[in-house]
Write a protein that binds this ligand. Structure first.
Ligand code: SF4
Length: 506
């Protein structure tokens, strides 16, 4: 039995909303991770619908196999989901990449499809390779050795540009030449630098799901985007810069996107308690018997009415971000959340019968010291005294397009030491989960790296580990250009002390 029939056909049979279309130009829309992860990506679903709406185009999906070793043993090449035809038969392979650590998966995906990952070694007979998504909007350069076209910004604007250029071109060279200089299009073999983000006008929004499936990480959830971007000034976050400017959708437009058969709706937005229609949309849906999910709620703007709507919508745990271990660091990063906000949310969560309060936390901020961790521990105990708390702790990863882009990564050892202390002192009070400091280090290398990082990714793709990354980076001669920068609490984020360059971001 083929890989498609055994592993993919059953997934397809459980979907609602699959598009089956035949047209002269075939696009394989790849997600270089598992099906369950890709199908939870609203951006991925939107691009799928958009390519299928373009005249002369049909689009099928493809995912990295859950078990890569097993797949390789079949000797087959990666199939497209809808037809089972090989991905390599498509005219274009468009990859949507959400995470830095999926860089190696891009290479694995192309190899599984029988495509040479190196752009310079491919020719006219190969499909055009397009890479987009949050990763390339944040930092396109590590992907540059593999992609013919890199997309920066909103797909709603970029997909029609690509489709139109393709329809009008009589050759591959003409197609690429036409794309040069167009909004959001970066051609790594023709352009030195990435262009500005392509920003979709509000008329092209809201984004909404195409397919609902029980096998998504957000099982059977239909997603609709309430807001894109965020007007808040939190200095570590890309929502304001990468997804900006802030665009809020109208309540009726959101409701109009949701078909009657939908039983579970996920509202997507950077800070949904700031969004003026969340209560109205939430109440309207719960009155229809629809279950609700929300991507983010700020502890300073949630009130009892909103919390009650979410509870009525079946939300079991309440999730807020603290994002820094102490008040002085939350203030330093302009988070705008106080201890009082978090305590009030914990009381609200308890009062309304939520099973737990989930708190997102970051540690490893450059000016952080032991006193900040002491405050985190004491305050977490206070929260846990009010309600059941589950805390997810991630190391701080400086990103491009934020004031922190030249901050040093605090270091694997330092973060692990802080994790250990937090575990030791809090493990009896609350549930703790932390993101690996080692993988956060790799993430920050990719998040700020150039095209040589793509070469390092190629070296590790068959045997990826933290130590393999260190070895590969040594081999390509990588140097951490940010390691010796100094960031102190007295400086504003963006002011980095470095010989001769006192301020890198204004
Ligand atoms: S952390 Fe939240 S509130 Fe702050 S800018 Fe990002 S999305 Fe907006």
């Amino acid at each position: 039995m083929s890989y498609w029939r055994k592993h993919l056909k059953p997934l397809l049979d459980d979907e609602i909303g699959t598009i089956r279309r035949h047209a002269s130009t075939r696009v394989a829309l790849g997600f270089p991770n598992r099906y369950s992860v890709g199908m939870a990506s609203l951006g991925y679903q939107v691009i799928y619908r958009m390519f299928n709406e373009e005249e002369g185009f049909s689009c099928e999906r493809a995912f990295l196999p859950d078990d890569l070793e097993l797949f390789r043993k079949t000797g087959e090449t990666l199939p497209m989901l809808e037809s089972g035809n090989p991905v390599g038969q498509a005219d274009m392979i468009a990859l949507s990449v959400s995470f830095e650590l999926d860089l190696t998966n891009i290479i694995r995906f192309l190899e599984c499809a029988g495509i040479n990952p190196w752009r310079e070694e491919r020719d006219e007979s190969d499909p055009i390779i397009i890479v987009g998504g949050p990763l390339t909007s944040s930092n396109p350069y590590p992907v540059a050795p593999f992609a013919d076209i890199i997309c920066i910004g909103d797909g709603e604007l970029i997909v029609p540009i690509i489709a139109e250029a393709w329809r009008e071109a009589s050759s591959r060279a003409e197609f690429l030449a036409d794309l040069e200089g167009r909004p959001g299009i970066y051609l790594p073999d023709r352009m030195k630098h990435e262009p500005m983000w392509a920003t979709a006008p509000k008329e092209k929004l809201p984004a909404y799901s195409q397919i609902v499936t029980p096998h998504s990480e957000l099982s059977n959830m239909y997603l609709v985007e309430a807001q894109r971007g965020c007007p808040r000034p939190c200095t570590f976050c890309l929502a304001r810069t990468m997804y900006g400017p802030n665009r809020n959708n109208e309540a009726d437009d959101l409701l109009a996107c949701i078909p009657d058969w939908v039983k579970k709706v996920g509202l997507v937005g950077a800070a949904l308690s700031d969004f003026k229609h969340t209560k109205y949309v939430g109440r309207t849906l719960t009155e229809r018997g629809v279950k609700l999910g929300v991507s983010s709620i700020r502890a300073d703007t949630v009130d009892e009415e909103l919390a009650q709507i979410l509870r009525d919508g079946g939300l079991r745990s309440f999730t807020v971000a603290s994002d820094a271990p102490s008040q002085r660091l939350r203030d330093w990063m302009k988070k705008g959340i106080s201890e009082a906000d978090l305590l009030r949310t914990a009381h609200l969560s308890k009062k309304l019968g939520f099973s737990s309060l989930k708190v997102y936390m970051m540690i490893g901020l450059p000016p952080e010291n032991d006193d900040d961790i002491t405050e985190l521990i004491a305050f977490s105990k206070e929260l846990a005294g009010i309600t059941k708390v589950a805390m997810g702790i991630s190391p701080f990863v400086p990103k491009r397009h934020t004031p922190h882009h030249a901050d040093p990564f605090v270091g694997v050892e330092a973060i692990e030491k802080r994790f250990k202390r937090i575990q030791k002192e809090l493990r009896r009070d609350l549930e703790l989960r932390n993101v690996s400091a080692k993988w956060a280090w790799v993430e920050q290398v990719i998040a700020r790296g150039d095209s040589s990082i793509g070469k390092a990714a190629y070296l590790v793709k068959d045997n990826e580990s933290y130590s393999a990354w260190i070895k590969a980076l040594e081999e390509i001669g990588w140097k951490d250009e940010y390691a010796h920068n100094i960031v102190t609490f007295e400086q504003q984020p963006g002011q980095v002390i470095k010989p001769s360059v006192p301020m890198l971001y204004a």
